[in-house]
Design a protein around this ligand. Sequence first.
Ligand SMILES: NC(=O)c1ccc[n+]([C@@H]2O[C@H](COP(=O)([O-])OP(=O)(O)OC[C@H]3O[C@@H](n4cnc5c(N)ncnc54)[C@H](O)[C@@H]3O)[C@@H](O)[C@H]2O)c1
Length: 285
Amino acid sequence: MAREIQKVGVVGLGTMGAGIAQVCIQAGVETVGREVTPELGEAARGKIAHFLGRAVEKGRLSQEDGDAALARLKLTTELADLADCDLVVEAAFEDLTIKHELFRELSEVVGEDAILATNTSALSVTEIASAAAPPERVVGMHFFNPAPLMPLVEIVRAQQTDEAVVDAAYAFAQRLGKEPVRCNDTPGFIVNRILIPLLNDCVRVLDEAGVSPEDIDRAMRFGAGWPMGPCTLVDLVGLDVHVHASEALWQGLREPRMAPPARIVAMEKAGHLGRKSGRGFYEYQ
Ligand SMILES: NC(=O)c1ccc[n+]([C@@H]2O[C@H](COP(=O)([O-])OP(=O)(O)OC[C@H]3O[C@@H](n4cnc5c(N)ncnc54)[C@H](O)[C@@H]3O)[C@@H](O)[C@H]2O)c1
């Protein structure tokens, strides 16, 4: 199993999928992006073109290379158009039923030695793989947001994953210019297992110690050397995404620090989702 990866499919071109597709085309890889409607696909292409255009303006990318990268992206609404892909990275909604359906259909569409990867943050890769045939071809490729800027990709070995598939996904992430690490299919993999409870601790300190978001952010930046404070980071990630990831960890591990603090659950219910909604711990224009 595991052949040379020449063509990649990306399923779902939202926040993560568009970023992953951008990384692939910039690394010279022919990429087919699948969205549910042509409009959503075009919106993702527009976003990628915008980021490439900004890189050209800043002198980090030549116009020619930017144009060539964009020309490597094909859009479709049909999974059947992913038939000749050597690797498909699934980045659709974080919903097991949707992912099961996709992995079942993809197994029928792609070649028998094609690799199927999921970008899930909080679902079990092993459970997702159970819908694929054969499940040995499924691996987690967990990119971080924003995918074009964040170097890490966690290469997640499910119970069923063939080791050659893990190695191929690892090598492909390196080819994309990323810094992959191998890990197992345990709740939160590596980074979220550590970071989510830590961010929850920070949020709890706001109330326990009566500290302001500004001061806790300054404290962790200037005292712990964090590049950005925890409240700024939760706002950037999105309160809904953070609460969802906390709940998944809490369900998986039953440690109280994993459970989302009441304060951010209330903020999420109020629609204060952070940067994307214009308000979280801070206000945004
Ligand atoms: N947002 C993050 O910070 C982050 C980070 C790492 C991993 N993830 C994971 O990446 C995946 C996607 O998350 P996101 O934040 O990009 O979500 P998103 O809501 O921004 O994008 C999901 C996209 O998938 C599309 N979609 C839904 N069903 C589809 C289908 N059947 N076929 C094709 N497209 C379909 C939707 O139209 C949407 O554009 C999730 O599994 C999530 O856990 C998210």
